[in-house]
Design a binder for this molecule. Structure first.
Ligand code: F6P
Length: 342
């Protein structure tokens, strides 16, 4: 078989480990051939390819990013997008596609599969907000990076008797904030799933100072205060209408300074959480996802996505991984609240 591989959406540590596992097993165990599509769905759309064999995947296991490049191209928003992809796949003699991506990329894969294209999906996102899988690779790496940052910020916050606010990624789901906050011993954690009361946050911060320690507040980029506490200014939104990184963290620092009379600083971790080498957990998960994906293609089991259920890697219908996002349940948040302000 001739198999196309692509990576779409925001990059994520572990993408290269998936590609390597797919190609290594595909060539050595099954004798398949591969075509690398560049920059997500833009690759098959515009016929942008690169060679993809044993040679190209050598040494890439620990490398962050993706050797194939990525983009947020959505075929269904482009005129004749699907027809062009189908033509290009036929012209290149590609029998099946492995699409590695998040909600958007897998959403496109689902629709293509319904239109008769042979696709298998591999879920990825540092946000861990994809349904159908217990964890996505990249999440553990992002959490570890944020945790290390929080560990370092405790000592500088304490030395200067300041509040330190760490803004982490997570526009719609607060998994990174919750896990990094718990792992790093944060004193307040704020998630997009639950609007926060800025006066309550200030009270937690003051309580922490009363215990003669400096507070660390972890805030997800998508967290919002109660209605009426903040009116978003236009300049805080990017051209897609998303809150700009640094928006909520900076706003919170100003509010907390005014309400507590103590200095506050904000650190926006941003894309540091997405770059660089994956943790051991993410390398193993991505490798196992890759192995399962190539098995699915080899068996002609299309329209599926691989997923982690407990400790098993399983295949589920692509549709189950897309659609609604997996957000942090309330009980996971209230469990963490016992640490707030103490
Ligand atoms: O979905 C992954 C993610 O890193 C989000 O956490 C973040 O909101 C977004 O992508 C940022 O995307 P970009 O910088 O690629 O536009």
């Amino acid at each position: 078989m001739r198999i196309g591989v692509l990576t779409g959406g925001g990059d994520c540590p572990g993408l290269n480990a998936v590609i390597r596992a797919v190609v290594r097993k595909g060539v050595t165990a099954y004798g398949h051939e591969f075509v690398g599509f560049r920059d997500g769905w833009k690759g098959p759309l515009e016929g942008l390819t690169m060679p993809l064999g044993i040679q190209q995947v050598r040494g890439i296991l620990p490398r962050g990013g993706t050797i194939l490049g990525s983009s947020r191209t959505n075929l269904f928003k482009i005129e004749n997008g699907v027809e062009r992809v189908k033509e290009n796949l036929a012209g290149l003699g590609v029998d099946a596609l492995i699409a590695i991506g998040g909600e958007d990329t897998l959403g496109v894969a689902t629709k293509l599969s319904d239109l008769g294209v042979n696709v298998v999906g591999v879920p990825k996102t540092i946000d861990n907000d994809l349904n159908g899988t217990d964890y996505t690779f990249g999440f553990d790496t992002a959490v570890n990076i944020a945790m290390e940052a929080i560990d370092r910020l405790h000592t500088t916050a304490e030395s200067h008797h300041r509040t330190l606010i760490v803004e982490v990624m997570g526009r719609h789901a607060g998994w990174i904030a919750l896990h990094a906050g718990l792992a790093g011993g944060a004193n307040v954690i704020l998630l997009p799933e639950r609007e926060f009361d800025v006066d309550q946050v200030a009270a937690y911060v003051e309580k922490r100072f009363q215990h003669e320690y400096a507070p660390i507040v972890v805030v997800a980029e998508g967290a919002q205060p109660l209605e009426g506490q903040m009116v978003l200014q236009n300049q805080q939104l990017d051209s897609f209408g998303h809150v700009r990184l640094g928006g909520i963290g900076q706003w919170l620092a100003e509010q907390l300074e005014a309400k507590t009379g103590k200095e506050a600083r904000t650190v926006v971790l941003g894309h540091i959480q997405r770059g660089g080498t994956p943790t051991a957990f993410d390398r193993v998960l991505s490798t196992r996802f890759g192995l399962q994906a190539i098995d699915a293609v080899n068996e002609g089991d299309f329209g599926k996505m691989v997923a982690l259920r407990g400790t098993d890697i399983v295949r589920i219908p692509l549709i189950e991984g897309t659609g609604e996002l997996k957000t942090v349940p309330l009980e996971r948040y209230t469990e963490a609240e016992v640490f707030f302000g103490s």
